[in-house]
Design a protein around this ligand. Structure first.
Ligand SMILES: C[S@@+](CC[C@H](N)C(=O)[O-])C[C@H]1O[C@@H](n2cnc3c(N)ncnc32)[C@H](O)[C@@H]1O
Length: 220
């Protein structure tokens, strides 16, 4: 049972502020894709807010740890070359690192010493969660999303197995770095409740449209 948290809505604001209004332990599961802190810029020159600094890392993961239920899980994508910053923030927040996921692409997102053909995420636990009823593999296929809705849009197909494995129908899924709302779309398709936060007003509008939410410009 969860306590008081907003359901089936997206907030336009800074997730650190927005999550402060959520009750402790009010979220069943977090699946998030924060900025990788890599100063990403795509071919069209699109960039990602807060991708040029890691100041938000510790306060954001501290809030995520507070709002997720005891014995709950969070999954966070991260930038492989900034793993030290992410790991420090996850551990400082109180999360236990209990698994690692690799998302196999059929294309390279960049190429230097290697062709970079995977995305990655850690499975983080608060306390001692029970085993999921169905254990999924830690390698998941990652089709190209086309990045039409967001410069780093995740394919819903790669997120669905995670939501399915770590939640039940009616559970509340949070993505504090929603972008175009891919996590929330996966949660909704599976009959889960969802709540998202997005800083950028234009991405917020995209996500709100995608999830069919009447637009609310107010934070928290
Ligand atoms: C990697 S993108 C997420 C993309 C998303 N998974 C999708 O499929 O569209 C990270 C998002 O976090 C947002 N962001 C950055 N800092 C934020 C903050 N403090 N609070 C809320 N959103 C933030 C960025 O604007 C960006 O849209």
């Amino acid at each position: 049972m969860t306590g008081n948290a907003p359901r089936n809505m997206i907030f336009n604001g800074d997730c650190i502020d927005v999550m402060q209004a959520f009750n402790t332990g009010s979220i069943d599961f977090i699946l998030t894709d924060p900025p990788y802190v890599t100063r990403y810029r795509d071919r069209q020159g699109r960039s990602v807010a807060n991708d040029d600094n890691g100041r938000w890392l510790k306060p954001a993961f501290a809030e995520m740890h507070r709002v997720v239920k005891d014995s709950g899980f969070a999954i966070s994508f991260y930038g492989w070359n900034k793993v030290d910053l992410f790991m420090e923030a996850w551990r400082a927040a109180g999360f236990r690192v209990v698994g690692h996921l690799v998302f196999r692409k059929r294309y390279a997102s960049s190429s230097r010493f290697l062709r970079y053909e995977h995305e990655q995420a850690y499975l983080l636990a608060k306390g001692n969660p029970r085993m999921p009823s169905r254990i999924i593999p830690d390698v998941i296929d990652f089709p190209y999303s086309g990045n039409r809705l967001h410069p780093t849009q995740k394919p819903v197909e790669a997120l669905t197995p995670l939501v399915e494995a770590f939640t039940r129908r009616g559970d509340l899924v949070l993505d504090p770095f929603s972008g175009s709302g891919s996590t929330l779309a996966a949660a909704r398709a599976l009959g889960r409740d969802w709540v998202g936060v997005e800083l950028d007003a234009s991405h917020y509008r995209t996500a709100a449209r995608r999830l069919g939410q009447a637009q609310r410009m107010d934070a928290a």
